[in-house]
Design a protein around this ligand. Structure first.
Ligand code: FES
Ligand SMILES: [Fe+2]
Length: 473
């Protein structure tokens, strides 16, 4: 495979000037240049672990799911012993895709529709019509070519690397930080998919920093005005209610959290005074249920409505809220995750699981986004948004991917996601401007974006500049 060999040779340990980032600067070429996308697909997506699907999307032995990344199609297949294997989705005869989409292998084997070759669930060739008319070939070359597979948090990860790192080490610190939340026991409440006119990183970036919140989602500054406050643009003085969302960098991933500025003095006082009022905190939680459809489940929403009627006390509203959510969940038979507040804050927040996945983690649920690059066009991507929740046994809803060709054709995104989606075209279109050179990032609240480029440079150019390193986090 010459492309890979060539790229390995040219991975000289320096980033070409047109792609080189500064301390807080990222050149726009990394978003709009077709050559950069080609490098990402050749050198990065062939090497990293990436989530292909959820465990529950492979319900039975024989269930398969086709994960497409660039020009590569990989099938993950549930085995008879319920383990999972992954293969390149290319028939070893003339290369045709063996499976398309998702489904269950009829009769327990995978069948190529071109000439009728069959493969067992473990990839071994099980039937070749007129086999005696073929020349000899080593046994494994008749079989589907394997791809590394692993699982964490309920996702099935695949890696095309020959020697991928241990999946849990690659994901560090997510497995330990999120262990108490038991993501693997969550199931979809809803899931949606649509193409967008932007680079996949333009979209990812819009979901891994909280700095845009007052600008894009001004209603979130106005919880004192009710569960569905007005959304006209915020005046400068209103930014005092903006949450502070510092980014934490890890070796392969990043996170932003919601917190008070360390030296804010009175700066956060108004915001803190507001948040101490039960009904104001309850309004924000109600908003999330009503206009995000995740972060707060229907059960949590009932807790928030009860909280809204309570008088201020010594116990902070968010503590009361968490207590009531847990009580309601347990009363309704949910195996609710048990954790201390310390454990909650160690896992709560907005994680970028580099490169394609974003997870906003709460106890009851996870709001997630996955964004996949187009195979050819740096100005296109596929966007997915979903909510995973802890359900009582027997209460897991039947869901499937809601797919729309234009995001505007679906009116159920909710006010807050709609505001994000409305930005996307304009962000990416603006990047093409002759008057724009690149991103100029906030040193506290947007370093998740800079970190992702540092991680990418390790794969793209063999450069490890010390960013994307454990320690900051
Ligand atoms: S290409 Fe699959 S059977 Fe011929
Ligand atoms: Fe947003």
């Amino acid at each position: 495979m010459t492309v890979i060999e060539d790229s390995a040779q040219s991975r000289s340990g320096t980033v070409p000037p047109r792609y080189a980032c500064g301390e807080t600067f990222v050149p726009k070429s990394r978003y709009v240049d077709p050559e950069f996308l080609r490098l990402e697909l050749d050198r990065l997506f062939t090497q990293v672990w990436q989530p292909a699907c959820r465990e529950e999307e492979l319900p039975a032995p024989g269930s398969f799911y086709e994960y497409v990344i660039g020009r590569q199609s990989i099938m993950v297949v549930r085995q008879k012993d319920r383990s999972v294997k992954a293969f390149y989705n290319a028939c070893t005869h003339r290369g045709m895709k063996v499976v398309r989409g998702s489904g269950c292998a009829a009769g327990g084997d995978l069948r190529c529709q071109f000439h009728g070759w069959r493969f067992a669930l473990d990839g071994r060739s099980s039937f070749v019509p007129s086999r005696d008319e073929f020349l000899d070939r080593p046994r494994d070359q008749w079989s589907l070519r394997p791809v590394a597979v692993g699982s964490w948090g309920g996702w099935i990860f695949v890696s095309m690397a020959d020697n991928p790192p241990d999946l849990l080490e690659w994901l560090d610190p997510l497995p330990s930080a999120l262990e108490p939340f038991r993501l693997h026991d969550m199931r979809f409440r809803w899931r949606k998919r649509t193409p967008l006119n932007a680079n996949y990183k333009t979209v990812i970036d819009a979901f891994i920093e909280g700095y845009h919140t007052p600008g894009t989602h001004p209603q979130t500054l106005r919880a004192a005005q009710g569960p569905r406050p007005p959304a006209e643009p915020a005046a400068p003085q209103e930014f005092v209610y903006a949450p502070y969302t510092p980014t934490l960098r890890y070796r392969n991933h990043s996170r932003f959290i919601y917190t008070a500025r360390p030296d804010s003095g009175d700066r956060d006082a108004a915001r803190k005074a507001q948040a101490a009022r039960p009904e104001v905190f309850a309004n924000s939680m109600q908003y999330n249920y009503l206009e995000v459809g995740s972060l707060v489940t229907e059960r949590d929403y009932r807790a928030a409505r009860r909280l809204a009627t309570m008088e201020p006390s010594d116990i902070p509203p968010f503590v009361l809220y968490h207590q009531m959510c847990e009580e309601l969940a347990l009363a309704e038979g949910v195996d609710f995750p048990k954790m201390t507040m310390e454990q909650y804050f160690a896992g709560n927040g907005d994680w970028h699981v580099f490169p394609t996945l974003v997870l906003l983690v709460e106890k009851s649920c996870v709001l997630g986004y996955r964004v996949l690059p187009d195979a050819e066009n740096p100005n296109r991507c596929v966007f997915e948004m979903f909510s995973l929740e802890h359900f009582a046994p027997g209460e897991v809803p039947e869901t499937s991917w809601l797919e729309v060709e234009r995001w505007q054709d679906h009116d159920g995104w909710g006010e807050l996601p709609t505001q994000d989606l409305r930005n996307i075209d304009a962000i990416h279109a603006g990047m093409h401007s002759r008057g724009f050179d690149g991103l100029w990032l906030n040193t506290a609240q947007e370093m998740s974006i800079r970190n992702a480029h540092a991680i990418a440079d390790r794969f793209l150019f063999g450069v490890d500049d010390g960013q994307g390193a454990a320690g900051d986090g």
